[in-house]
Design a protein around this ligand. Structure first.
Ligand SMILES: Cc1cc2nc3c(=O)[nH]c(=O)nc-3n(C[C@H](O)[C@H](O)[C@H](O)COP(=O)(O)OP(=O)(O)OC[C@H]3O[C@@H](n4cnc5c(N)ncnc54)[C@H](O)[C@@H]3O)c2cc1C
Length: 385
């Protein structure tokens, strides 16, 4: 009998496994991909604070973000200078491998190329059925199973776990372009309706261009890249456009008898930007705290695990809700209204406010302050609500 089985070897699952193993808990992680970090679609932006908070290694950092150019629908450009590094762009493969290495050093066993096909819960424990090329079908018994399966929800319903009903569309392409040295965010209904696009250098030669939008992210991205970089040529084999949905939360429940869900599969993802790394690791810490508290009683019913959801919701539910509505309100703005906000930002001290109130991971205070300043009735109504 294992103590805990973690299903999914992305950042949330690996970080959870590492923390559990560090506390002497016997953990197995099953990852269906052949290797950790293989073919991940992500820009890799994570706040500077996260490195200290989660004890992350810095050798995966490719680029440090200190300033950001913001481009309006009509081409007005504003440059936000934070005065210091506020976030970093990481190599996701290396980032994930670092988390895996730490989990292994702490004693967790990680099995790649191993898909979890089924989880059965009984009073005695959970039985997890895996399949892999080497071992075929295998059954593993454990006290508890943690699902950290990203955007895969196949097992959730059967286990009584909630799953998101809403997603946004993400798409990205990475290519060589030594001229793109400035990180940039672009907004507008012709660029990325309902959200935004980005162009982020990852080192002095390559750039990641991507966007999130309610639907059709791939088509908008192809159009954007052809406008920004006509020299790239659309037939270039280097241009591999990739898309993926991003979960929007909050969802409930994220626990049931002998099971918990963490990370993107529990929609613990920023609803403003679609960033899931920080909240995934943050909620992993809460999941581990709950498990450690229950270890001595060895009782793993839903009511034993309810504290996990209470705690993570106390910490991030407001962020998820306000972020979601703020993005929704902004998504209804016309290009002219967006342009007005850019003109306002030029004149009325929005950037000092961002420097003072802005936090990369905790955005509610800034959203409220910005909404008070914005000449958009719907935003003001959001603050009043
Ligand atoms: C275009 C784009 C850009 C993004 N950029 C950023 C960014 O800059 N910053 C940021 O914070 N976030 C970003 N995100 C979101 C971020 O990538 C995810 O939120 C994050 O990877 C979630 O981590 P996770 O561990 O919860 O899930 P995942 O990283 O998805 O890991 C889940 C793992 O579980 C495995 N798995 C699933 N089912 C099974 C099974 N049955 N058996 C075994 N293994 C299984 C999967 O193979 C996968 O490896 C971006 C997303 C997109 C689409």
């Amino acid at each position: 009998m294992n103590d805990v089985v973690v299903i999914g070897g992305g950042p949330s699952g690996l970080y959870t496994a590492g923390l559990l193993a560090d506390s002497g808990i016997q953990v197995k992680v099953f990852e269906k991909k052949r290797s950790i970090g293989q073919d991940v679609l992500c820009t890799g932006i994570i706040s500077k604070d996260a490195f200290q908070k989660f004890g992350l290694q810095k050798d995966s950092v490719l680029f440090e973000l200190r300033h950001m150019e913001l481009v309006s629908p009509f081409g007005t450009s504003l440059c936000y200078d934070h005065g210091d590094v506020f976030a970093c762009v990481v190599d996701r493969e290396k980032f994930d491998l670092n988390l895996a290495r730490r989990a292994s050093l702490n004693g967790a066993e990680i099995f790649t190329g191993t898909r979890v096909d089924d989880v059965e819960v009984s009073k005695q424990g959970v039985t997890v059925t895996t399949s892999s090329q080497q071992k075929g079908k295998t059954k593993h018994k454990a006290r508890l199973a943690i699902l950290s399966t990203g955007i895969e929800y196949r097992l959730h319903k059967k286990l009584g776990l909630g799953y998101p009903s809403h997603f946004i569309n993400g798409a990205q392409v990475e290519f060589q372009n030594p001229k793109e040295t400035a990180p940039r965010i672009m907004v507008g209904n012709k660029v990325a309706p309902g959200a935004f696009a980005w162009s982020i250098p990852v080192n002095d030669r390559r750039v990641r261009v991507g966007l999130i939008t309610e639907k059709g992210a791939g088509a908008y991205l192809v159009k954007l890249v052809s406008q920004m970089h006509p020299e790239q040529g659309h037939e270039s084999p280097e241009l591999q456009y990739r898309g993926k949905v991003i979960a929007q939360g909050p969802v409930s429940p994220t626990f049931s008898d002998r099971v918990m869900s963490v990370g993107e599969c529990a929609a613990q993802v920023k609803t403003t930007t679609g960033g899931g790394l920080y909240y995934g690791l943050f909620c992993s810490q809460i999941a581990v705290q709950t498990i450690l508290q229950k270890m001595s009683s060895d009782s793993w019913t839903g009511s034993d695990l309810v504290d996990y959801e209470k705690e993570w919701k106390k910490a991030i539910k407001k962020e998820l809700m306000i972020g979601y509505y703020a993005r929704k309100v902004c998504s209804r703005l016309s290009d002219k209204e967006l342009e007005k906000l850019f003109q306002l930002a030029k004149t009325n001290g929005v950037f000092p406010l961002i420097r003072e109130k802005g936090h990369f991971d905790w955005q509610v205070d800034l959203i409220v302050e910005l909404a008070k300043k914005a000449p958009v009735p719907a935003l003001k109504a959001l603050v009043r609500a």
